[in-house]
Write a protein that binds this ligand. Structure first.
Ligand code: GLA
Length: 705
């Protein structure tokens, strides 16, 4: 093999990159052997008639100057000059599967370093580009992206759209010409466009087809696109976006793209998720080893702003009886916070509500054997707050303009040292003073005109937020943080490096949660997905669901309860105890196993499971989302178990209505008779499904015998 070609080898995938004459990814896909110089020669492209006279490579940062007419890898200028750089290879540093490739344009005075790592255990590829200004005059960067090529056969794309209380809704499209683009300018990761998507071969599914998945790990504005060139070649680009003039580099200064995490799977979407989940578990989440994720009770939907410490202690006592392990007081504990109109910024205990301080509540919770958690929304300020009255100039805003409020609040400018220090002091003091194990960190509005000293400053704001987390984490390494932004508005890998879980959605409706959680499961393992049992009547949708459907829907994530347990009926309370107990039994499996989403012909039934990494056991949930399309639901083919092993099937939980509702004269035999089936049978023939009522679910377990 020629020296200019580097072959990175994963467990199931490979990446082959050429550095000369230009830096270009030649191959990224299924594991390949026999990579020789001659083989590389075999993929040298033809030059078609009627176009430029030379081959036009899509390099790691595609350049217009090489004749590439699609979106370049970067755009910028120096007072109008140096606007069309062409980067020549300089050096490569290799440490196993970790590459640093340096390229330079001496005329434009720019250096571009591409850093690539292929994780040999999980096959997740990490890429980022760093641009440095080499000249004395300032360089303005308008765009800087990571570019990854895709083969022509990857002609279908699946991405997510969403909104508040409806995150992670998938959509699919054919990408035959032109391409696809999604953009977020809301100042946080956003409910609207999760910065990630998957592209694959025609009709790729959960279990079938080749899939390439991408995620831009960034909590600010972003753009992702997938292009089909007119010659048929394809590539994906992912970048943080900048406002005009936001990024200027003085001599020697650099800017890096966020990390892009990507994975290739020859086994459909499930294979991609396995790669991402294992990578996230090993390399993204900083969670204490061997610590289990405690079952939560969060007070929000139970009492909202109505904080009475005596009553809260009653709630805690009841929560402990139900099996709850961590009790969290949500919004409403700080000075003057009686509704969402006032007080954000005044992070001092409301002594009218808590005349004896917070200690009695904390001590009560701790005395019951539970951990204590508390809600904060540090980046925000209400105009009606002492903080605003004292520091109206602390806003992230542009002088002279009146920007709209969102939930009656503005955003603080974290790049002002006095703001950063104030928030650090408030959080640090609160975490030092009380025995707090967990902070729910909220962020409830979108960012408009993010100005710092007159300049656009969203990039700096996002980085300052990371710095604030980093400093707090260093001071309080045992405190766990939840990333919440009106539910799922800030869900990405970069914030996850500093937090421990997400509040998936403000929507606790079990039916809606089935879709939201499935959408989130493509990139995130169950243990970071906050999933709480809400009230019987969902506050967001007014739908009513049985405790069975709610319990089973919440079971698969980081479980909790979001209601007032004191007011709940005895039947409901028995249900909470039942599902909390079940969750605790299954938690080691759920929070470490392989997530599988099963391809099923009827979209009215959703089947998902978790299989132990050693394939010794598994749980599968059958969720009937709508009326079954046919009178029978067919067989569930439960893939992913060891085909050579036998498994004993047991029913862990079934809808009360299944045996009383009269939809079946006869149930499938395995519901009542003990059965042991091979992994091969389960995957290929499967088990006959019962007919379930809409909005009900059934849980089974398989244990190797
Ligand atoms: C946001 C969060 C909720 C709750 C409220 C409190 O909406 O997503 O869970 O914490 O704020 O104001």
């Amino acid at each position: 093999m020629k020296e200019s070609v580097v072959h990175l080898q994963g467990n199931t995938s490979d990446l082959i990159i050429q550095t000369q004459p230009v830096v270009e990814i030649l191959y990224w896909g299924d594991k390949i052997s026999g990579v020789e110089a001659a083989a590389i020669q075999a993929v040298k492209r033809a030059v078609p008639n009627g176009r430029l006279d030379v081959d036009t490579p899509v390099t790691i940062s595609p350049e217009h100057g090489r004749g590439v007419f699609s979106s370049p890898g970067m755009e910028g200028n120096r007072q109008g000059l140096d606007w069309s750089p062409v980067f020549e290879f300089k050096t490569i540093q290799q440490d196993g599967n970790h590459l640093l490739i340096t390229t330079e344009d001496q005329i434009a005075g720019l250096k571009l370093v591409c850093e690539l790592k292929l994780d040999s255990q999980t096959d997740v590829l990490q890429v980022r580009n760093t641009l440095t200004n080499l000249k004395t005059a300032t360089y303005q960067v308008d765009r800087l992206a990571v570019t990854l090529p895709l083969p022509e056969r990857a002609d279908e794309l699946m991405a997510f759209h969403g909104r508040w209380v409806r995150e992670f809704q998938p959509h699919r499209l054919k990408v035959k010409h032109g391409g696809y683009q999604q953009e977020n300018r809301r100042g946080r990761t956003s409910h609207e466009y999760f910065p990630g998507f998957m592209q694959g071969t025609t009709s790729f599914s959960e279990q079938q087809g080749e899939v390439w998945g991408f995620h831009l790990a960034w909590s600010g504005n972003h753009r992702l696109r997938s292009d089909v060139k007119t010659d048929g070649r394809r590539f994906v680009q992912a970048e943080a976006t900048y406002f005009s003039g936001e990024i200027t580099l003085t001599e020697g200064e650099s800017i890096s793209t966020p990390w892009v995490y990507a994975a290739y799977s020859a086994q459909g979407l499930n294979g991609m998720s396995h790669a991402f989940h294992q990578f996230v578990r090993k390399q993204i989440i900083q969670f204490p080893d061997h610590k289990v994720r405690p079952v939560h009770l969060n007070t929000w939907e139970g009492i909202y702003f109505d904080h009475d410490p005596e009553y809260i202690m009653q709630m805690a006592s009841r929560a402990a009886e139900l099996g709850v392990e961590r009790f969290i007081i949500d919004d409403g504990w700080f000075k003057g916070r009686n509704n969402d109109l006032a007080a954000l910024g005044d992070w001092y205990l409301d002594t009218n509500k808590y005349p004896n301080g917070l200690e009695p509540v904390v001590n009560h919770v701790r005395g019951l054997g539970m951990e204590f958690g508390i809600w904060f929304e540090p980046e925000m300020i209400n105009p009606d707050s002492d903080l605003f009255r004292a520091h109206p100039d602390w806003l992230l805003a542009l002088d002279g303009y009146q920007q709209p409020t969102g939930r009656y609040q503005y955003v603080l400018d974290l790049q002002k040292p006095e703001v950063f220090d104030y928030l650090l002091e408030r959080l640090d003091t609160t975490l030092s003073r009380y025995d707090i194990a967990y902070v729910k960190w909220d962020m409830n509005r979108e960012v408009v005109q993010p100005g710092h000293d007159g300049y656009a400053a969203l990039d700096g704001q996002t980085k300052a937020l990371y710095d604030l987390f980093d400093e707090l984490r260093q001071r309080h390494p045992k405190v766990e943080f939840e990333s919440c932004a009106s539910g799922g508005g800030r869900i990405d890998y970069e914030i996850l490096k500093r937090t421990h879980r997400f509040w998936t959605s403000d929507n606790n409706d079990a039916l809606e949660r089935q879709q939201i959680q499935r959408g989130m499961s493509y990139f995130f393992p169950p243990e970071v997905m906050g999933s709480h049992i809400g009230g019987r009547h969902c506050h967001c949708t007014r739908r009513t669901h049985s405790i069975g459907f709610r319990g089973l829907t919440a079971l698969f994530g980081h479980m909790g309860v979001e209601l007032d347990p004191v007011k709940e009926s005895a039947e409901e309370q028995a249900g909470f105890t039942h599902y909390i107990t079940l969750h605790k039994q299954l938690r080691p499996l759920l929070h470490s196993g392989k997530v599988v989403r099963i391809d099923h012909h009827d979209p009215a039934l959703q089947i998902n499971g978790v299989i132990a990494q050693d394939q010794s056991s598994a749980v599968f949930l059958f969720s009937q989302l709508a009326m079954p399309t046919y009178t029978l639901s067919g067989n569930a083919r439960l893939a992913g178990l060891d085909p050579t092993k036998h498994y004993r099937l047991s029913v862990l939980d079934q809808p009360a209505s299944m045996r009383t509702g009269g939809v079946m004269k006869k149930l499938p035999l395995w519901l009542d008779e003990e059965m042991t089936l091979s992994g091969a049978w389960l995957a290929k023939a499967g088990i006959a499904l019962p007919v379930l009522d809409p909005e009900s679910a059934l849980l089974i377990k398989l244990d190797a015998v």
